[in-house]
Design a protein around this ligand. Structure first.
Ligand code: ZN
Length: 98
């Protein structure tokens, strides 16, 4: 869980600032294709599965409505936000569009 460092945290809606337009586009597509599974809250960790080429487990840590940590089981460069995490953030339970 190396990614759970003291990150400043960002609001889910600010995901657009942290990923490239390409990643965001793929992530939106994942959401539309309903590839993001159900969220489970375990302690302070929100977990869900995202179906890409494989099924990956995404974990988000959230405090005060901000996301301050994430992890994904895919082999993508973990310092960056991968499309699975981006897709998960777009569906994060804290983000509801009324
Ligand atoms: Zn990933």
């Amino acid at each position: 869980m190396d990614n759970q460092k003291n990150r400043p945290g960002f609001l889910p809606a600010d995901i657009v600032r942290f990923v490239s337009p390409q990643v965001l586009q793929r992530a939106s597509q994942y959401v539309q294709e309903k590839r993001v599974g159900k969220w489970i809250l375990e302690g302070s960790a929100w977990k869900c599965r995202v179906e890409g080429r494989d099924i990956y487990e995404v974990i988000l840590f959230s405090r005060d409505g901000k996301i301050n940590g994430w992890d994904c089981s895919c082999p993508f460069e973990q310092e960056a936000i991968c499309k699975h995490v981006a897709a998960a953030v777009l569906c994060f339970p804290g983000v509801t569009k009324e």
